[in-house]
Write a protein that binds this ligand. Structure first.
Ligand code: AMP
Ligand code: GLY
Length: 432
């Protein structure tokens, strides 16, 4: 099969890495890709949002499958454009991608499906929103309705902070159109888990769970980021919990989307809070998480390609994925200044030596080649250092041994990826 992966981050590198291992693969392209991806695929200089150019390329090359990494092309209709051109696409159409594109829509669907989620209300009027916050008190959560590059959520520990967020979004134009409507919801306390299910419109099968680290600095301090590291599986994630989430969240939402004429095909990424009262859905994303995808791909034993094809053909009911009985970890190395103002252009050395650490795989995210061939930082999140091990502690030791071989004064990473799991449990439960 000829496959085109769309995107340029660590997630797309991990997808390309997994697809490149498939005996069914004849040719792999990535648009636009990055220097790490270029080692396993041919990169084509087409932006992930240039839908006409992507479709024209796929058609001209006879691409059999387009695999979409990020959410933006999906909410913009890349899967729809592929369908019109009779090109198989892994990823939901725009009508189904709204599950991520609009938090109010997500809430409406979750409620109709009976999936457990935080109590909420939707506002367009600032005064009504402020009155609601005063009546409920803090802690309380304020979310911009639309896509706001991961910055649209304010978990307010005080009423003043919540009021300020509402005013900034509804009256101050913060986040533009995405913030013209806000969702205000109940604060949920607990362990946060990213759970992934592969969906073909009617059937969903579990893809596994991971835990992300959203804050920039050790000890979960500092600003929110796209994710500074992940590990899989989280010890709190038991087979019973997975079955419960499939039954209470994933399958009913899939059925509700089909009932609405917007069947969901692709990866459904459930952001879950494991509260004392059970798992609660925080949000859905319509794609793999980054860096969770890297951690999952490191554990996947089955061939990824036929699984993605089965999802696009409504054939998942007969599918079964195998996972290595290993723990995996992914440590993100970011450019100094990330997330506010990453300083790009600094040179990165020592990757070859780092990649030689046993059980380590390195994924590129925001890298570029300088004219002289040197590898330089070209984004916020720059590298992902992945490793596997019999235990999470072993995987973590390998990943940090590789980090220590990387000579990049312009970058930083968290030193405590996996701390929640390692502090609560020395070994992973059997059978995971
Ligand atoms: P979201 O984009 O909805 O996942 O929100 C971003 C982050 O805000 C989540 O990963 C959680 O850490 C936090 N968050 C979102 N909703 C809630 C909630 N209802 N209670 C507590 N924390 C939340
Ligand atoms: N790591 C979280 C996300 O991809 O949204």
């Amino acid at each position: 099969m000829k496959v085109l992966v769309v995107g340029s981050g660590g997630r797309e590198h991990a997808l390309c890495w997994a697809l490149a291992a498939s005996p069914l693969l004849a040719k792999l392209w990535c648009a636009p890709g990055n220097p790490g991806i270029a080692e396993v695929a041919e990169c084509v200089p087409i932006g992930a949002l240039d839908i006409p150019a992507l479709v024209a390329f796929a058609r001209a090359q006879g691409v059999d499958l387009v695999v979409v990494g990020p959410e933006a092309p999906l909410t913009a209709g890349l899967a729809d454009a592929c369908a019109e051109a009779c090109i198989r696409c892994f990823g939901p159409r725009a009508a189904a991608a709204r599950l991520e594109g609009s938090k109010a829509f997500f809430k409406e669907v979750a409620l109709a499906a009976g999936a457990p989620t935080a109590a909420h209300a939707v506002f367009e009027e600032a005064e009504a929103a402020r009155a609601h916050i005063r009546a409920r008190g803090a802690p309380i959560v304020v979310k911009a309705d639309g896509l706001a590059a991961g910055k649209g959520v304010v978990v307010a520990m005080s009423e003043a902070e919540a009021l300020e967020a509402v005013t900034a979004m509804l009256e101050g134009g913060l986040h533009g159109a995405a913030g013209r409507r806000v969702v205000i919801e109940e604060y949920l306390a607990g362990e946060e888990i990213s759970f992934f299910a592969l969906c073909d419109g009617t059937t969903a099968i579990p893809l596994g769970a991971a835990q992300d680290h959203k804050r920039a600095f050790d000890g979960d301090r500092g600003p929110n980021t796209g994710g500074m590291g992940a590990y899989s599986p989280p010890p709190a994630w038991t087979p019973a919990l997975e079955a419960q989430v499939m039954e209470s969240c994933i399958r009913p939402v899939l059925a509700e989307m089909a009932r609405r004429g917007a069947p969901f095909t692709g990866v459904l990424f459930a952001g879950l809070m494991l509260t004392e009262a059970g798992p609660r859905l925080l949000e859905f994303n319509v794609r793999f998480g980054d860096p969770e995808c890297q951690a999952l791909m490191l554990r996947l034993r089955s061939d990824l390609l036929p699984a993605l094809v089965a999802a696009t053909q409504g054939e998942l009911a007969m599918f079964d994925l195998r996972w290595e009985r290993l723990a995996s970890i992914l440590v993100v190395m970011a450019a100094e200044g990330y997330p506010e103002a990453p300083r790009t252009g600094s040179e990165i050395k020592g990757l070859e030596a780092a990649a030689q650490v046993p059980d380590v795989t390195i994924f590129h995210a925001g890298t570029a080649r300088r004219e002289d061939g040197a590898l330089v930082a070209a984004g916020g999140r720059v590298l992902g250092i992945g490793a596997v091990g019999a235990t999470l502690a072993e995987a973590r030791a390998a990943a940090y041994a590789a980090v220590d071989r990387i000579d990049w004064p312009g970058g930083f990473c968290r030193r405590d990826i996996g701390w929640r799991a390692l502090n609560t449990m020395r070994r992973l439960p059997k059978g995971q």
